[in-house]
Design a binder for this molecule. Structure first.
Ligand code: CUA
Length: 341
């Protein structure tokens, strides 16, 4: 199905909006390729449990196979029932203590992993981020830095010798969600009226993909996360840029008027304007984000135009309404949004 919306040809369900090409440059989000302590600990305990249970499987399966082959019925067998043995203290002692020891080892290693992953103490250098899950996007607020962004979390690289971890406090604005970036940490559920916490200390720079891990409604599958891990200097530059209000380009004054005079202002914030809504993402530095719609499309002027005109073309069920602007207003509004750097 090809439609033309705001002058842009749209193949609604056959278009990945540039995401495939972008994501193919990012390594897959495998739990077996951890780059942060919590994910690493979980990976280690998983392999340890598989190794122990694998050895048990080989011993039990091996003995079973040996017995089936070695003691199978033969034509020369005496068909009378052999003498039966009732009760053997050494055998019963062995099959009780060996499993108890194995289970004890599993309990201890699991407890140690849980203790590390849930480490309650925040070191002084730790960065705090307040994560608020919404249907169907992520709000990231940095309370100590005065920065607010959406869907793309920036955190500093953490040197294992001098760790600078990031601690996340997670809350929901509506229903249950789950924050999951497999290469950085396990899932943490985000529950209404409850604050959960988790932490990450990425050891390798790069972009890591994640997504909501708990069914939360129509667009659960398109509630994507990007975590951008940068060396400290780059992170500090990003923070400084986010704190600057965007400069108003005089050529887009009409677009800004369109923004301020429509329903946009009820749901979105743009610093320095009348818009201070919290229902949708903060747009103050919209163009510093790579994607729009919580990762459904690359953030380009053409895609913005399709999105603003009718978000459901890209993300059916999205809670943002179609703005139904005329072509001139739509063009001017998008021209204004594109200046939000
Ligand atoms: Cu949010 Cu699934």
């Amino acid at each position: 199905m090809i439609a033309v919306i705001g002058g842009v040809p749209v193949a609604a369900f056959a278009n990945d909006w540039g995401m495939g090409a972008s994501n193919s440059k990012i390594p897959p989000s495998s739990i077996y390729n951890p780059v942060s302590t919590p994910a690493h600990e979980i990976n280690t305990v998983a392999f340890f449990v598989v190794a122990i249970t694998g050895v048990i499987f080989l011993i039990v399966g091996g003995l079973l196979t040996y017995s089936i082959v070695r003691f199978r019925a033969r034509p020369t067998d005496d068909t009378r029932e052999p003498p039966q043995v009732y009760g053997s203290s050494p055998i019963e002692f062995a099959w009780t203590t060996v499993p108890v020891i194995i289970v004890l080892v599993l309990i201890l290693i699991t407890a140690r992993t849980i203790y590390t992953v849930q480490a309650p103490a925040r070191p002084p250098g730790a960065l705090s981020v307040h994560v608020i899950a919404h249907q169907w996007w992520w709000e990231f607020r940095y309370p100590d830095l005065g920065v607010v962004t959406a869907n793309e979390l920036h955190v500093p690289l953490s040197d294992p010798k001098n760790p600078t971890p990031t601690f996340l406090d997670l809350e929901s604005a509506d229903v249950a969600h789950s924050f999951w970036v497999p290469r950085l940490a396990g899932k943490t559920d985000v529950i209404p009226n409850k604050k959960n916490t988790m932490w990450i200390d990425p050891h390798v720079s790069g972009t890591y993909l994640g997504q909501c891990g708990e069914y939360c409604g129509t667009e659960h599958a398109m509630m994507l996360i990007r975590v951008v891990v940068e060396p400290r200097a780059d992170f500090d530059r990003w923070v400084a840029a986010q704190k600057q209000p965007p400069a108003l380009d005089p050529s887009v004054v009409h677009g800004r008027q369109v923004f301020e005079s429509t329903a946009c202002v009820n749901c979105h914030t743009i610093q320095g304007t009348a818009a201070n809504g919290r229902f949708g993402p903060d747009l103050t530095h919209l163009m510093t984000r790579e994607t729009i719609g919580a990762g459904v499309a690359m953030n380009t002027p053409d895609h913005l135009k399709v999105w603003v005109n009718d978000p459901s073309v890209m993300k059916p069920g999205a809670l943002m309404p179609a703005m139904n602007l005329d072509d001139k207003d739509l063009d001017d509004l998008v021209a204004y949004l594109v200046t939000l750097r």
